[in-house]
Design a protein. Structure first.
Length: 429
């Protein structure tokens, strides 16, 4: 694994490598001085590795192998808390789960297929709702411009395992659209409402919306697993909410390869949060929320993210009510000149360990405040310049690199032993 200096003048700057839970086996000459990880520029975070190489890690030409024992943790640029560089901290190392495999139903009599109106003039909502209520395991919306002007409802007891969209969706209608950014669920309904189905999990994939305006996209009321995969939601000021109360425990959420963009008058971040995880277990990979404030609010949940990219100057990560948020790698991309500056990390009596790098195209897009951390009524801030800086002058200006920021009272209890190492992927039938 090599982290090389920038070789593309169009993309100057340095990179970050995050590698966890891996085994690196060397098959070359045992007498060679070959490193498993060669960090020539940038930073490396490594955790829980087993390494069989002549040299475990070279960091900027220095052999630091002794700092990365098998099963250990290594942050090449150090670990920071709200008071600055610390020599004792580690990441939270939250438990990780893989999404269950939902096998494709090969019996096409179990498919409900919706043929949208080709020119997008007719409302397809009734046909989609009928397909969901049909009792079929798979709902497939075929290619074409799909018009949705009324709410789409997965009612409690539905039998859908896979909701697959092949065409482009245009959302509108007076019950869904609001142009003033004010959200009243009694008047403006979510585009999709998910109830608790008959199956253990539901996967929703392939949604692509093309238009702006302000929408609440997904209201998840299910107590079972929901997988959001390969979706792109535009006009998504509030892309996701889940139900939580004393009598309702939300099911697990998996996010894979998902992007959202709020309505975008240039230079203005829209009201969010884009994603509100309320006392929910969330596992996200390749996650791209954009142009809302905040991008994500973890309210008492357990949120694990590997690979995130944001645009706009809202707060990317807000964690409250004792929640746990771990982010392993990502880019915080400052866009929209003239927008209001916001911090990158905001915590209130909560627990975080976060690794990301900021990238600003102009000086005014670089955040002056990096962290706002409140605990027991006392608020502390961290300004730009405390943590390392990344990127070179030129097209991108010097910005903050967060090699590992931590703020937590206690780590959650992790499973240990053989079961923890295996992390089996279950196949649902």
């Amino acid at each position: 694994i090599v982290n090389t200096p920038d070789i593309n003048p169009a993309m100057p700057g340095v990179g970050t490598i995050v590698i966890i839970d891996s085994k690196l086996i060397y098959t070359g000459d045992k007498n060679a001085s070959t490193p498993a990880i060669n960090n020539q520029q940038g930073s490396v975070f490594a955790r829980n590795l087993t390494i069989d190489y002549p040299i475990r890690i070279l960091d900027l030409g220095v052999n630091r192998s002794a700092e990365l024992p098998d099963g250990g943790e290594f942050s090449s640029k150090g670990v920071y808390d709200i008071n600055g560089l610390t020599t004792t901290g580690q990441s939270m190392n939250l438990p990780i789960k893989n999404p269950p495999i939902i096998p494709w139903d090969e019996d096409f009599t179990n498919w409900a297929v919706v043929n949208p109106d080709g020119n997008g003039t007719a409302d397809d909502a009734d046909a989609i709702n009928a397909a969901i209520a049909s009792g079929k395991s798979t709902v497939c919306i075929r290619y074409g411009l799909i018009n949705i002007n009324k709410p789409i409802n997965f009612l409690d007891g539905h039998n859908v395992k896979r909701f697959l969209v092949l065409g482009m969706i245009k959302v509108g209608g007076p019950t869904l659209t609001t142009t003033d950014g004010v959200f009243d669920p009694t008047v403006k309904k979510p585009v999709f409402t998910i109830g608790t189905g008959a199956n253990e999990a539901l996967v929703i994939e392939g949604i692509k919306t093309r238009n702006g305006n302000y929408f609440q996209y997904i209201q998840n009321n299910s107590t079972k697993t929901l997988i959001l995969r390969s979706n792109a939601l535009y006009g998504a000021n509030r892309a996701y909410r889940n139900r939580y109360d004393a009598t309702h425990k939300p099911g697990t959420l998996f996010i894979e390869d998902m992007a959202t963009l709020a309505e975008n008058p240039y230079g203005k971040t829209q009201p969010g949060p884009g994603f509100l995880f309320d006392h929910q277990d969330v596992y996200a990979r390749s996650f791209d929320p954009e142009n809302v404030n905040p991008f994500m609010l973890n309210q008492g949940g357990n949120v694990w993210i590997m690979g995130v990219k944001t645009e706009g100057l809202g707060v990317p990560f807000v964690t409250t009510q004792g929640g746990y948020t771990e982010v392993l790698g990502g880019e915080i991309n400052g866009t929209f000149k003239g927008d209001v500056h916001q911090e990158i990390i905001n915590t209130t009596d909560a627990n975080v360990s976060i690794i990301v790098s900021e990238k600003g195209r102009f000086p005014e897009l670089v955040r002056n405040t990096v962290v706002v951390d409140t605990r027991n009524g006392v608020t502390k801030t961290m300004q730009k310049g405390v943590m390392p800086q990344t990127a070179k002058p030129g097209k991108y200006v010097t910005s903050t690199d967060i090699p590992l920021f931590i703020s937590y009272v206690t780590k959650p209890v992790k499973q240990t032993g053989k079961a923890a190492r295996q992390r089996p992927v279950r196949q649902l039938r």
